[in-house]
Design a protein around this ligand. Structure first.
Ligand SMILES: *Cc1c(COP(=O)(O)O)cnc(C)c1O
Length: 495
């Protein structure tokens, strides 16, 4: 397997190991397969497949530099006792007519654990494969969940150092505590006095700063990324789409070849892109429904073909989806543009310079044949949490509620009766304030950890392992930095 930049030529293609270590292509583009594989497998064979088996299949198709033994060992370590459900990513029975694929049973209670428990294993093996004698610096901008999940995944992993930039007032109390309290000598969380887009924009620039790269190399260091811009983050996420399909087959809820829809609560467009890649690999997916919160730039894009980030940024109760520039959309554009890297580079430069771009009619047709889109504002999110709890007896977090509300809207508007799987991206305990308020119409007494206890009393049952661990950890002092000073601070941290 060879990977090329969405903005560069095939001549600069890299193998998977190198693409994983680099994270982002030097020209600012994202790595995509040069030849997308069309693997031979029978859909019957997916029936009852475990998440580990699904990962094994997907990695064998897309990451062939690692030996089968190395892949198996990595998967085994990534998906074991740190998860509080033996299925790792269990699929619920029908709840209110739809299925929920629960991706939040890992150590940091959000779906990013699925990829970030695996990525450190893949990356450290990639460093060995490439024969590199360098320490890898994982540089991450986070809207809240990637930070905690990458710090957990890389905590005390030899040969790695993690620096996480998060928006100072843009993450939830539990997310903040998670990031500030994770143990590990190689972890540095930093608050940015700005929003997620400010953080991500600067991280991209730091990444592509040739002078800084040279300085790093002189110190035997190299940047990599744990954002979904890294294909090593994206590829593990493809597996759970196969797993969900296999579960539906095993339960005889569908027959081999039947199509399935997925609704995905979307921010940086990584999770839903993994679903699109699953479809490209041969999974019978009818529609991928892109669900946004009040920052609904993607809903407008899928409706009109115009991507326009010139609008106000809103901090909502689904902070991990508060994004105006969804990086991974670039990988989809690469396909809508038929692999024309210059077209992608031109669109991205328009977005950068003018704040918008417009796709052509034929490109729009391509999008329509795979995707639908909708959004939920904060009131609808609260209503959906309330409805789901009181009507279906199922507690959901605000991100999942965005997806659930949008899925129901889509089904009502389109009349599409294809079985629907809603991607459930976070535990309700990760956002206890909103969940508690939505269910009871009363505010919690105190946000953060006490709110978790209060929600637990309401919902009953015991706390998930990842939540219980939060109560025993102390916060580090908080570092706050101006967006313009991120690069300078990084140098003081690293050198
Ligand atoms: C990151 C995140 C999302 C958005 O996923 P993308 O891959 O960025 O689109 C949705 N929900 C939760 C809880 C998240 O942490």
């Amino acid at each position: 397997m060879q990977y090329r930049s969405t903005r560069g030529t095939v001549a600069n293609a890299k193998n998977a190991a190198e693409a994983v270590i680099q994270g982002l292509a030097p020209d600012g583009g994202l790595y995509v397969p040069v030849d997308f594989p069309h693997p031979e497998f029978s859909l019957e064979q997916l029936s009852g497949i475990t998440l580990q088996q699904a990962s094994s299949l997907v990695l064998s198709w897309l990451m062939d530099d690692w030996s089968a033994e190395q892949r198996t060992a990595s998967i085994h370590r990534a998906y074991c006792s740190q998860w509080d459900d033996p299925a790792i990513t269990p699929l619920t029975k029908k709840v209110g007519g739809n299925y929920f694929l629960e991706l939040f049973h890992g150590p940091t209670l959000a779906f990013k654990d699925v990829a970030l428990q695996l990525l450190p294993q893949l990356m450290t093996r990639a460093v060995k494969l490439m024969g590199l004698d360098r320490k890898i610096v994982i540089l991450t901008a986070t809207s809240g969940d990637t930070g905690g999940a990458s710090m957990d995944g890389f905590s005390n992993v030899d040969g790695t150092q993690v620096v996480v930039f998060y928006p100072h007032h843009g993450v939830s109390p539990v997310q903040l505590h998670q990031m500030r309290s994770l143990p590990g000598d190689n972890l540095t969380p930093v608050a940015v006095d700005g929003n997620f887009d400010d953080a991500q924009q600067n991280v991209k620039q730091i990444f592509n700063d040739p002078q800084l790269r040279a300085e790093l190399a002189a110190h035997q260091l190299q940047f990599s990324s744990a954002n979904s811009m890294n294909i090593g983050r994206l590829i593990p996420q493809i597996a759970y789409y196969f797993y969900a399909y296999g579960q539906l087959l095993a339960r005889h809820d569908i027959s081999a070849g039947d199509q399935v829809n997925f609704t995905v609560p979307t921010g940086n467009f990584g999770d839903i892109l993994a679903g699109y890649y699953a479809q490209k690999l041969g999974l019978p997916v009818h529609r991928l429904v892109c669900a946004s919160d009040q920052n609904n730039v993607l809903t407008d894009f899928f409706t009109t073909g115009k991507y326009d980030r010139r609008r106000d940024f809103t901090v909502t109760n689904s902070p991990s989806m508060d994004i105006l520039v969804s990086s991974n959309l670039e990988r989809l554009l690469f396909d809508t543009a038929n692999g024309d890297d210059q077209r992608v580079a031109a669109l991205m430069s328009q977005l950068q310079r003018r704040g918008f771009y417009q796709v052509s009619d034929s490109e729009k047709d391509f999008l329509d044949s795979h995707f639908a889109a909708g959004y939920a504002d904060e009131q609808l999110v609260r209503d959906e949490i309330h409805r789901s709890y009181h009507q279906d007896h199922y507690a959901i977090d605000p991100h999942t509620a965005v997806a659930s509300a949008v899925a129901r809207q889509y089904q009502e508007d389109s009349g599409d009766e294809t079985p629907m799987v809603i991607i459930s991206t976070a535990s309700p305990f990760k956002f206890p304030e909103t969940v508690y308020y939505s269910i009871t119409s009363k505010a919690v007494d105190e946000p953060g950890l006490p709110a978790i206890r209060q929600l637990q009393q309401l919902l009953g049952g015991s706390l998930p392992r990842g939540v219980a661990n939060l109560f025993n950890r102390q916060d580090r002092p908080q570092r706050v930095v101006d967006p313009a000073a991120m690069s300078g601070l990084l140098e003081t941290i690293l050198f």
